[in-house]
Design a protein around this ligand. Sequence first.
Ligand code: PMP
Length: 426
Amino acid sequence: TRSEITYFGAGPAALPTDVLEKAAQALIDYQGTGLGIAEHSHRSELATNIINEAKADLASYLDIPTDQYEVVFMQAGGTGEFSATVYNLVGAWVVRQHAAIVKELGEGAGESAIVEALRKKVESDLKLDYIVTGGWSLKAYQEAQRLLGPEYVNLAADARTLSDDKKFGKIPEESSWNLSKDAAFVYYCDNETVDGVEFPAFPEILRPDANGNGPIVVADMSSNILSRRVPVENFSVLFFGAQKNLGCTGVTVAVVKKSFLAPSVTQPSPALMRKLGLPIPPIVLQWEIIAKNNSLYNTLSIFDVYIAGQVLKKLLATYPDKVDGQQAVAEKKAKLIYDALEAHPEAYRIVPDKSVRSRMNICFRVIKNGTVDESEKAFLKEATAQGLTGLKGHRSVGGIRASNYNSIPLEGAEKLAKFIDSFATA
Ligand code: PMP
């Protein structure tokens, strides 16, 4: 039964039972309206209230400065945001270059001269920088190449070059990053869910100067959002799917700096992008359109936003010091599990380098006896028998992965740590 297991799956992740019980009731009859939450119109006042409350609670929990940042609920998952990042920020880059060229050529310059100059600029200067530290940043990098053409996409750092077997598990030294001058953006994944690699802190090399000027930084925080304080003002965009630390599958949050949205920046016209040979965003991936419509350009799953909102309310009620409180718990739980693994080097090998170990996705191999394969099978079988489930590693890398998201209670982490110890000594 539900009360007998602790689920360590990587996403979708477990949700708090009391949130689900309340949501189950809301699905049948929301606030005595006789209609369930998934049946009410997304244009209704109650839907708008659910969206606005979830946005405000998220901003409060993470201290997002809402005068400078917009929170939007997107569809199409984290994967959709890989594409959205390229479309929207290449568009914003074109807008900047267009303004510079008009200034340079003078107001009287003809349209065709401007387009010609822009075309040259695209060819010579358009660059997207990717820091690849695991499977998800690799996918985002590949999507950029697919949408735009590989010539525009710069692999600024590749963690695979640091190991003999070309596997992930480290973060390249920042001094080795080959960043482009005035890149359309620099992209990284804050926590690599498959490989168990997490940035210990915001990269120094990307930090804005005292005047707030610096590179345009985008981060994927799908698997570690709400688990530690985020220096939001260092980012132009951060995004995360809901299905790990926030809620259930179906909504993806993008936190976008307002200076990249209308009225500061309006995406270039499709006609201009066509002339430049650059892709035109599908309208549902255009942040500006979704922001302008308070996330309701088209039908959004209000139920998914409601779940995320209830999780946020629970977090806010649990931690008076908001995300700092959750951060302390996340670190404590991760330490319990890593300490148990480190106590038995004869039985376990932790996959990523110690300096970049994820607090959220704890990846390790079981090397106790027999083949790794047999040891891991035995580990998973015994763990499951004890109610510790969802521990199998991602199919692309194998091994064991304990996903230690916010909904795993301290007792769940303690139980796993105890099992790790007893399996090694049995
Ligand atoms: N980024 C990260 C870090 C992820 O862990 C995942 C999914 N596990 C994704 C992106 C892709 O998300 P989605 O499946 O919602 O497209």
